[in-house]
Ligand binder design. Structure first.
Ligand code: NDP
Length: 337
């Protein structure tokens, strides 16, 4: 590949991120970043994906991009072209998520990228690049939440588990995983028109975003054995107030806000445990374990129904759509289109 396409965000006026704009440029290997003192790997990217954080980067919300010019895209799956590391050989299938790639370091919205070897994991043999990015950062985070529930001893017989932001990326993958593992899953969504979709993934009951956004009492009826929360704010506080004694709430997202208007009552009277989930700096061993579980526990037919492929050229509109809560499931990005 002599030249390849990448989505590059540049500031029109240096030092003023408000003037940043994205366009597709033709790059060569000489344009790619160099990581002095670290082992690098060059990867031909098959697919990237669109995550909430990518939406923030593409729309300029939240100052996700820390340096310009930037190739956004916080994840990708592809094939190794050349490697300075013994751990990766030409032809290996690899996945990258997190590590501030697409924020501080050039990311996945490109047909080729050079990255640090330490940021990569091997793609499971049974998983294609398209499936890996159907899962992507959002789905990896869902798996880390499920592993958090399991580590906290939450079992299917303990009672229902609740998933918020249900029709989004994290929510969709979490529902499919939990249902496959035998949990009774209640989905919280602001889109009643997606009930059939969520039921097809395995949800058995629904609550509206509105009712779960009402101010909670310090303690409410004990309902949930566990939770996967992608929303935060009042909804997370409500779930904490409704969680059963010794239950585990995994908090991974902020789609509804960054605050947490809760009290200590769920913690000191019910022993509720609030488990934070971070995929960005998660240790490589945890990532390998999560990807191995995703390869076995996420039904491939459900993954196919929850993901759509879009061309890289459509990313500006796709970024607006995810920030407006209008995308369903997972959006896979084809950098060659
Ligand atoms: P999506 O946009 O795909 O899904 C978010 C969902 O949240 C929406 O589909 C919608 O679901 C719901 N939602 C949107 N706006 C609101 C609102 N104002 N109030 C309540 N619910 C709302 O994003 P992702 O699934 O990719 O990410 C979800 C969250 O998880 C984000 O905050 C993201 O930053 C975070 N995240 C964290 C990671 C980590 O490592 N901790 C990694 C990946 C993501 P519905 O229409 O069904 O109500």
């Amino acid at each position: 590949m002599n030249t390849f396409n990448a989505l590059v965000v540049r500031e029109a006026e240096e030092g003023n991120p408000k003037t940043a704009a994205a366009s597709i440029e033709q790059l060569t290997d000489a344009d790619l970043p160099v990581y002095e003192g670290d082992e690098s790997v060059v990867v031909d990217i098959d697919y990237s994906s669109l995550n909430y954080k990518d939406g923030m980067a593409l729309t300029g919300k939240g100052r996700i991009i820390r340096s310009f010019p930037m190739v956004p895209g916080i994840d990708f799956a592809g094939t190794v072209v050349s490697s300075e590391s013994d751990r990766f050989a030409t032809g290996d299938g690899v996945i990258l998520t997190g590590w501030a790639v697409g924020e501080r370091y050039w990311g996945g919205y490109s047909e080729r990228q050079r990255v640090k070897a330490d940021w990569l994991v091997k793609r499971p043999d049974t998983m294609t690049s398209e499936q890996a990015m159907g899962i992507g950062t959002a789905g990896l985070t869902s798996m880390l939440c499920v592993l958090g529930l399991e580590a906290g001893g939450v079992q299917p017989d303990d009672g229902p588990v609740v998933v918020t932001g249900a029709a989004g990326g994290v929510g969709s993958v979490a529902i499919a995983l939990l249902a496959k593992l035998g949990y009774d899953v209640t989905a919280v969504t602001g889109r009643p028109e997606e009930h059939d979709y969520l039921q097809s993934l395995g949800a058995t009951a629904f609550l509206s975003r509105e009712e779960m956004s009402e101010d909670p009492k310090p303690l409410e009826g004990e309902t949930w054995a566990g939770a996967v929360d992608a929303v935060g704010s009042t909804m997370l506080a409500k779930i904490l107030a409704q969680t059963k004694h010794s239950g585990v709430v995994t908090a991974c997202g902020l789609a509804g806000g960054v605050d947490l208007p809760s009290t200590v009552m769920p913690f000191i009277l019910r022993g509720v445990r609030l488990q934070g989930i971070d995929s960005v700096m998660a240790p490589t061993a945890d990532r390998d374990a999560a990807w191995a579980r995703l390869a076995t526990d996420l039904p491939s037919d459900l993954l196919a129904t929850m993901s759509e492929i879009v061309p890289m050229s459509s990313l500006p509109e796709q970024g607006e759509a995810i920030m407006a809560g209008k995308t369903r499931g997972r959006v896979v990005v084809d950098p060659s289109a």
